[in-house]
Ligand binder design. Structure first.
Ligand code: VGL
Ligand code: ZN
Length: 207
């Protein structure tokens, strides 16, 4: 059973969004081509889904600006601009994404007290989303992951997939992902590789 995980392909992470990633929208046609390829038995998406008072937002911390470090729950926390607030257009999946082909959507980041980069668990490691159990129940043996942003939610979703789904072959689809900083992207790819993740491009899959 081959599955594709689309991480946070939301308006908020695309140009015009509140936490726009450069070129974020460019991955949409690539994701659609992979979805349409017939190579996957299951297509799953994650959706960053924050309450308006989420503690990762700089706006919730006196004197803090976006992209500075702060603290949340006693842990260092990047202060983000308000983004992907539940029920807003910013939180919607990109309108160009073939959403009808998505079998399951895993929302995350709903607890205002903790951030959740991974689609599998919160950053404190206390709460599983249940995506691991879902994928296990579906009998997934191979998981390809792509999306936004490579250096945050994609990286931590990929690394948790390796940890929580032993025996599953996990790959990162590089050209179908975009990240926030060049350094962060390079570190994310090195870290994923070191954990045994295959790094591929969409052409390798589509050929
Ligand atoms: C993300 C920062 C904050 C992501 C989500 O999807 O990579 N990054 N929330
Ligand atoms: Zn977020």
């Amino acid at each position: 059973m081959k599955a594709l995980l689309l991480v946070d392909i939301q308006n908020g992470f695309c140009p015009g969004g509140n936490l726009a990633v450069v070129g974020g929208h460019e991955i949409v046609p690539i994701a659609n081509a992979l979805i349409a390829s017939g190579k996957y038995d299951l297509v799953v998406a994650s959706q960053d889904w924050h309450p308006a008072d989420h503690g990762s937002f700089a706006s919730q911390h006196e004197g803090k600006k976006a992209f500075e470090m702060g603290e949340l729950g006693g842990q260092p926390q990047m202060m983000w601009p308000d983004h992907c607030v539940q029920g807003t257009e910013d939180a919607e999946l990109h309108p160009g994404l073939s959403a009808a082909a998505i079998d399951f959507i895993q929302r995350k980041g709903e607890n205002p007290q903790v951030d959740s980069y991974s689609a599998f668990k919160d950053n404190a490691g206390d709460a599983l989303t249940g995506l691991d159990a879902y994928l296990r129940d579906q009998g997934v043996s191979e998981l390809d992951v792509l999306g936004l942003a490579t250096d945050y939610c994609v990286r931590f979703s990929v690394e948790d997939a390796v940890e929580f789904l032993p025996g599953v072959k996990v790959r990162f689809v590089e050209d179908a992902s975009r990240g926030i900083t060049a350094d962060g992207i390079a570190q994310a790819i090195a870290s994923m590789r070191a954990k045994g993740v295959g790094v591929v491009n969409s052409a390798d899959i589509l050929e």
